[in-house]
Ligand binder design. Structure first.
Ligand SMILES: C[S@@+](CC[C@H](N)C(=O)[O-])C[C@H]1O[C@@H](n2cnc3c(N)ncnc32)[C@H](O)[C@@H]1O
Length: 350
């Protein structure tokens, strides 16, 4: 991960404390880049294999679902056929009332979720996903980002203390891709075509760009601050891009205090959905350790869990030279987490 220059912000409030440095940015779009290295080719191959396997698994699951529903339907028909007229009526009636109950529960949950999101809009922690980077991403990277955003929205909606979520820079290809998401037009989220710097011009002092390249470590979330996350899937090809953007705009930056709680096996650069989920978890628990351990996958950590800060190197030293999220693993994480979200029964109807 990149190292960073001195942060010129002397006005840091006590939620932010200094640490490492930023780096030169490679702004060339994917098409203008050098031929792929052996390592990158290997990754590409791995990615292709992953995609093929995923498609196969999806088809199998679809077929399994179809067969299951056919089996259940047949079973139901048989039960009805073997029942007396009175039993038939009772069975149909109880099925109807079960369905009604389920629908009522669902709409109750939806209502509660809307209440929480409405409250978050008024008093919640402002969190912005800056999606103004579509011109630097390939089609599959944009697709991946859109999936991550969908996941962020779902996680936030389920939280007991959701944040006030914004998407800024929603235009062009990014807007077109987001529009394709089912129900996106009804999402209870701020969608803003302008950049946050324009949309929130009246509160520039409150803006804090979260970036792993910052020399400032976040130690709490300030309700008055607006935290910005770079909506970027780039395998860290554009090292330091968000740090440089924030510095050019003259806004504050901060990185998550990961190094104070765990050792990472590679860099501390997380995906957009991981960062949003960590913030959401922190808003619920006010505990970084729980938030990191809940969200950061085991494979990204070393065996050493709690870092003794007095003995640890500075965070800039911990940033390895080479950065590279493995896309297939990242997608796998997202998929697994999606499954968990579906499988785990939710408390308080959330
Ligand atoms: C996949 S990263 C993008 C990396 C990109 N090369 C950059 O320089 O920002 C997505 C976003 O998540 C946020 N992020 C990731 N890891 C972070 C960390 N350790 N601390 C703070 N923010 C982080 C940043 O806002 C970042 O732009």
């Amino acid at each position: 991960m990149a190292t960073a220059t001195e942060n010129d912000d002397n006005n840091l409030d006590n939620h932010l404390k200094p640490d490492s440095e930023p780096a030169p940015v490679n702004l060339s779009p994917p098409s203008e880049q050098k031929p792929l290295s052996k390592n990158a080719q290997k990754k590409q191959l791995k990615q292709q294999r992953y995609e093929a396997k995923k498609a196969e698994k999806k088809a199998q699951e679809k077929e399994h679902k179809r067969k299951e529903s056919e089996r259940k339907h047949k079973e139901w028909e048989e039960t009805l056929a073997n029942a007396t007229e009175e039993e038939r009526l009772n069975l149909i009636e109880s099925r109807k009332s079960l369905r009604k109950e389920r629908m009522e529960k669902r709409s109750e949950e939806k209502e509660k979720k809307m209440e929480r999101l409405t409250k978050a809009k008024e008093v919640g922690q402002n969190v912005v996903v800056d999606v103004d980077f579509a011109h630097l991403m390939s089609e599959s990277e944009i697709h991946s980002l859109v999936q991550q955003i969908m996941y962020c929205y779902a996680v936030n909606g389920r939280s007991t203390t959701p944040c006030h979520l914004w998407l800024t820079g929603v235009k062009g290809e990014m807007s077109a891709q987001l529009d394709k998401l089912p129900g996106f037009e009804k999402w209870f989220i701020e969608k803003e075509s302008r950049c946050y710097i324009e949309a929130m011009a009246d509160r520039k002092e409150s803006l804090v760009y979260l970036t792993a390249d910052s020399e400032t470590v976040l130690d709490d979330l300030d309700p008055k601050s607006v935290y910005i996350i770079g909506g970027l899937v780039d395998r860290n090809r554009f090292k330091g891009i968000t740090m440089n953007k924030a510095q050019e705009q003259g806004i504050r930056t901060a990185k998550l205090p990961i190094g104070e709680y765990m050792k990472m096996s590679s860099s501390q650069v997380l995906t957009v959905n991981q960062v949003v989920e960590i913030l959401v978890k922190f808003l619920e628990t006010r505990d970084w350790k729980t938030s990191f351990f809940t969200v950061i996958p085991q494979r990204k950590r070393t065996g050493v869990d709690l870092v003794d800060c007095s003995k640890s190197k500075s965070l800039s030293e911990e940033h390895p030279e080479k950065e590279g999220e493995d896309e297939s693993e990242e997608k796998h994480d997202l998929l697994e987490r999606k499954k968990i979200c579906v499988e785990v029964p939710l408390e308080n109807g959330s």
